[in-house]
Ligand binder design. Structure first.
Ligand SMILES: [Fe+2]
Ligand SMILES: [Fe+2]
Length: 271
């Protein structure tokens, strides 16, 4: 119990500290801060790659909106519902901004392409986010927390970007997403802290089972998505799988209050 009482709060500073530790261990060639400012998009091929990447981003956000709206209806937890109302508003605004930016860059509203990509998330995630609260927690961890290592590494190694999209990212998306991660962590910790030691053991087993299922379901998408991001931004790709797996272990270690070395072997993004 002492470990719980003395544990540091989950903050964006802690995230960067953990990520840098993993970079030192698994990818020491990568920079700890951004080395160069990205250059603007210059060719039609670069624009096409960027648009595909942004449509994927809008679909990620719209899928979150749809799942969280269902969860508000299904999980009778007023505290969670108030948090989810913010997440829905923010991620909906992110998707809408991305849609408008693609329209401005191409002259075409991408809403149908966004809708098609959202359907892919529904297909591969299946019933997991709605089966029970453990499945919904796994969804939140996969869609909000496990993507952080990739996002931070991308931001350090991006070579090409749309300056307007980058500005919205820094001013709006980054602070909103930090609030989402803290909200998910706080929701879980309230549940976990109230549990007895015996209940905690059950919760760990239930959360790990749902989370592992989420990883298996996400693997093909993540591989494809990372290629799309790499082609659009020119960012580092090679170290992502090993850092992703290690990052997920760190997050689970923190949430379940189990040292990384004592977690069971987990599904890898490469499985
Ligand atoms: Fe978002
Ligand atoms: Fe979010």
């Amino acid at each position: 119990m002492t470990a719980t009482l003395t544990r540091r709060a989950w903050t964006t500073d802690l995230e960067i500290e953990i990520l840098n530790k993993l970079v030192d261990k698994y990818a020491p060639h990568l920079p700890k801060t951004r080395l160069h400012d990205p250059r603007p998009i210059q060719t039609q091929a670069e624009l096409d790659n960027f648009i595909r990447f942004r449509i994927g981003g809008a679909a990620h956000d719209l899928y979150i909106v749809q799942v969280c709206a269902k969860a508000i209806d299904q999980i009778a937890d007023p505290d969670l519902q108030l948090f989810l109302s913010r997440q829905i508003g923010d991620d909906g605004a992110h998707a809408q901004h991305t849609r408008q930016r693609v329209l401005a860059l191409t002259g075409h509203d991408p809403i149908d392409r966004i809708g098609q990509q959202v359907q892919k998330h529904w297909d591969y995630m299946g019933s997991l986010p709605f089966r029970n609260w453990q499945g919904f927690l796994a969804f939140e961890l996969h869609y909000e927390l496990y993507i952080v290592a990739q996002l931070l590494l991308n931001s350090r190694t991006t070579r090409i970007n749309d300056l307007e999209s980058a500005k919205f990212g820094v001013e709006t998306i980054i602070p909103d997403e930090a609030a989402h991660r803290l909200g998910v962590v706080a929701w879980w910790q309230r549940k976990y802290d109230r549990a007895s030691p015996a209940e905690k053991a059950d919760l760990v087993a239930q959360v790990l089972a749902a989370d592992e299922e989420g990883q298996r379901r996400r693997n093909p998408y993540l591989k494809e998505h990372w290629q799309i991001v790499h082609q659009a931004l020119g960012c580092e790709l090679e170290a992502l799988p090993v850092v992703y797996d290690a990052w997920r272990r760190e997050v689970l270690s923190y949430l379940l209050d189990i040292p990384v070395s004592q977690l069971p072997q987990l599904v890898s993004v490469n499985d």
